[in-house]
Design a protein. Structure first.
Length: 542
């Protein structure tokens, strides 16, 4: 019997196969090498600092980060990270296990600071640079942070932050931007005291709303992140020739793992995009630097789908994360861009990637894919019983990527971790544990199981019941008045209201478009009068 395959799927399979058989590597190399593998057997003897040092020793002269016209080698990043570690230990007095905040916009110094904190044996707490000083102080106080690394772009907020936390010690990392990679008065070759964190030691605390509206610190160990990096490496077939486009904030868990740790631990490179506006800047960087992997959010892929794409696009794969990918955007992208776009699923508490559509296909619209290697997924009821295929319940995750718990919140930890399973709070139809994809047109955050709200970076007065199907219908109504939007008629079924906390900030208005999570109920986002993606006018009240 002849096997019938859809033409578009066959075309993309051919593209993937052709890439691995004929792809010309950027730079002086001309052969395909998979030297960046991190075997699971090595995880027990490595931490993130030693893993990066091993890569930097092997690829010392290779460009690790493309930053506009600048190129930062692995050797330079390693030297800067050692300087950060030495400065943290003396004079800042950071000891192993202390928490250190990174309050930075995307820049090469973020990477030096990240691995510098690891080398000092301390714990990284990345902070959303859109937060107000009062919100930053809440995180600093909760995590017991007295040292924060930042840059000049956020300097205007420091006086307010210092007034709230007088003992706070601040270091401006732009001092690392000199060609020598050091600041005035520092030794040329700083030698920090060698710290060797165990793999079970904390590496990062990511503050997330988790399964309730109050921000909580998800504790991720070195083993959690190394596990997730290796699983993603296998799924994406990431190698040392790959160049990852980094345009989303690096403080976010998705970009921290997939956009920073993964390429740097396999010996690849980052193409760090300075500005997303105009959108042609992104394409220009991709073509100029011959980028091969683009992780981004659905709204960017919708923009690319409508942009003219010159021939010779070097990308081999695009990854959609951070929000459900509406089917309309997937189809439009597939029609106009000759690169596979695959969707994944994850959450900060899982380091964060949990599942992804297979690189080689088949790709199913509306599916979050299959569990990544060494990760299990199941659908359970409230009592923790596995549900049969087709039944709807809570998506649960188990594996080496699952967090240790929430920082100083044992009760919240007990509610989220049950018999080794992470309760995600998301709803989906039943599947075979660990094997089948959760193929669903709806990724829902709802009550009472999910209780998911916007992340700490988005101040909202509502809990969103997120439906992939309603997102698609909303996109299809992009030129209608709000009153005619099909989701408006079912507003009472789509929204759950909470007592208002504070009005959304105009600086983060774009986060409330229909491609991200939605408009808040009680107030229009910032100064906007229409959704930046679908152009529908939001209501002042529901």
């Amino acid at each position: 019997m002849a096997l019938l395959i859809a033409p578009e799927i066959l075309t993309r399979w051919k593209l993937v196969i052709a890439h691995f058989t004929t792809h010309k590597l950027p730079g002086p190399r001309s052969t395909l090498r998979f030297t960046g593998r991190l075997p699971v057997t090595r995880l027990c003897t490595m931490n993130l600092a030693t893993a990066f040092a091993a890569t930097a020793a092997r690829e010392a002269k290779k460009t690790a980060v493309f930053w506009g016209e600048q190129e930062h080698s692995y050797e330079r990043l390693l030297a800067q990270s050692r300087q950060v570690a030495a400065h943290l230990q003396q004079p800042l007095g950071v000891k192993p296990g202390d928490r250190v905040a990174l309050w930075l916009k995307n820049c090469p110094q973020f990477i030096s600071a990240l691995f510098g904190v690891f080398q000092a044996g301390a714990v990284v707490v990345p902070i959303n640079n859109f937060l107000k000083p009062e919100e930053v102080h809440d995180i600093l106080a909760d995590a017991g942070i007295d040292v924060i690394l930042t840059d000049a772009t956020l300097a205007e907020h420091l006086p307010a932050l210092r007034s709230l936390r007088p003992q706070l010690r601040v270091w401006n990392l732009e001092e690392l931007a000199s060609p020598e990679g050091r600041h005035a008065g520092s030794p040329v070759n700083p030698k920090p005291k060698c710290q060797h964190p165990a793999v079970e030691d904390l590496a990062v605390i990511i503050y997330t709303s988790g399964t309730t509206g109050r921000p909580k610190g998800a504790m991720l160990t070195h083993a959690n992140l190394l596990h997730n990096v290796e699983s993603c490496r296998q799924v994406l077939a990431a190698a040392d020739y790959d160049r990852f486009v980094v345009l989303l904030p690096m403080f976010h868990s998705f970009m921290l793992c997939v956009g920073v740790l993964l390429p740097l631990l396999v010996g690849g490179s980052l193409v760090l995009v300075r500005s997303l506006h105009p959108p042609k800047n992104v394409l220009q960087e991709i073509y100029q630097r011959r980028a091969t992997i683009l992780p981004a959010v659905p709204s960017l892929f919708r923009t690319l789908a409508g942009a003219p794409i010159p021939p010779g696009l070097p990308l081999r794969i695009c990854i959609s994360g951070g929000a459900p990918l509406p089917v309309e955007i997937l189809r439009e992208f597939n029609r106009h861009v000759p690169v596979p776009l695959i969707e994944g699923y994850g959450l900060s508490e899982a380091s964060p990637v949990v599942s992804m559509n297979p690189l080689s296909g088949p790709w199913k619209e509306g599916s979050i894919g299959k569990p990544i290697p060494d990760v299990e997924m199941s659908v359970q009821d409230d009592a923790g019983s596995l549900l049969p295929i087709g039944a709807t319940g809570e998506i649960c995750v188990r594996g080496g990527n699952v967090m240790r718990g929430y920082w100083n919140q044992p009760e919240a930890t007990a509610k989220t971790l049950r018999r080794g399973w992470l309760l995600t709070g998301d709803i989906g139809p039943g599947c075979s544990p660990g094997t089948s994809a959760i193929a669903t047109p709806m990724v829902i955050s709802t009550l009472p199981i999910a209780r998911k709200t916007c992340s700490s970076s988005m101040a909202s007065t509502s809990i969103r019941v997120k439906s992939r199907r309603s997102s698609t219908r909303f996109l299809e109504s992009k030129k209608r008045p709000w009153s005619e939007c099909p989701t408006r008629a079912a507003a009472n079924n789509r929204w759950l209201s909470l007592p208002p906390r504070r009005a959304p900030r105009s600086t983060n208005a774009a986060s409330f478009c229909c491609s991200a999570r939605s408009w808040p109920i009680t107030k229009c986002p910032g100064e906007s009068t229409s959704c930046p993606l679908c152009r529908a006018t939001p209501p002042a009240r529901c």
